[in-house]
Design a protein around this ligand. Structure first.
Ligand code: IPE
Ligand code: IPE
Ligand code: MG
Length: 247
């Protein structure tokens, strides 16, 4: 038996699209009497492991909430630190992602970032755009409400240019303009750190996602717990509002 065969989860059983609210870096650091920066750094390590694991078990798309639009309200010191970390990760990881055939997409309002970050993010997306493996999506300065508003803006423009009729706007048309339009529907949404809320992450896209909440802080999260979340996902009866045929 090859090591591949021993993997408990294979391509057939992996959800197509997993989204994660990676929360709890600060509390992880606090519990260890470390600066918040250490929590964020350890959090990046968890990201590496989870990306690797998702690629291995055949997940099609992984969307990670790295920085919310509301996180801009944090101290300038912490925001600066998170921006620096984002820049460092883009610099360090792009080659490794490319070696692993991973595609990258960054969603969110990038205008708040420095021109250096914007340029690097753009370059990484371009370079990795031709890959055919895992679709890795990083949500940076992202808000679910921002996403819906920007989709509405694009649709309004099409209407004003005469390319779309108001009567033709429905959920399918609208869904083609949100940030994750070209990816499969989000099957499973995970949030770490014990908070049971969405915090303005994906709103449009999670209409029928299965939700998994864990008390584990993001820096302590790992492949085993991801497998647990996936097992839980498989135990759910997804009805999408319909009823199964009764025998
Ligand atoms: C999540 O960890 C990372 C970001 C929001 C950038 P937090 O920084 O929110 O950690 P806690 O919630 O304070 O523990
Ligand atoms: C959500 O976590 C954002 C990210 C994980 C990037 P927060 O820590 O910002 O959420 P709240 O403030 O607890 O709702
Ligand atoms: Mg938090």
């Amino acid at each position: 038996m090859s090591s591949e065969d021993q993997t408990p989860l294979n391509t057939n059983s992996a959800p197509k699209h997993i989204a994660i609210i990676m929360d709890g870096n600060g509390r992880w650091a606090k519990a260890k009497h470390l600066p918040r920066a250490s929590g964020h750094q350890k959090g990046v390590q968890t990201v590496r492991e989870i990306v690797k694991h998702c690629a291995k078990i055949g997940v099609d798309s992984l969307t990670l909430f790295a920085f919310s639009s509301e996180n801009m309200k944090r101290s300038s010191e912490e925001v600066g630190l998170l921006f620096k970390l984002f820049l460092a990760v883009l610099k360090q990881e792009t080659k490794k992602l490319n070696d692993n055939n991973i595609r990258l997409k960054i969603i969110g309002d990038m205008s708040v970032f420095t021109t250096e970050i914007q340029a690097l993010a753009n370059d990484s997306e371009q370079l990795l755009g031709h890959n055919t493996g895992l679709n890795l999506v990083i949500a940076a300065n992202y808000g679910g409400q921002w996403d819906i508003a920007q989709a509405a803006k694009k649709i309004a423009k099409l209407v004003s240019e005469g390319q779309l009729q108001v009567e033709d706007i429905d959920a399918d048309v609208f869904g083609k303009h949100v940030a994750l339009a070209d990816l499969p529907k989000v099957d499973l949404l995970i949030r770490t750190s014990g908070e049971v809320r969405i915090s303005n992450f994906l709103l449009w896209d999670i209409a029928y996602s299965e939700l998994f909440f864990t008390n584990t802080l993001w820096p302590d999260f790992g492949p085993d717990e991801l497998d647990e979340a996936i097992l839980s996902f498989h135990s759910r009866d997804r009805r999408f509002g319909a009823r199964k045929e009764e025998n």
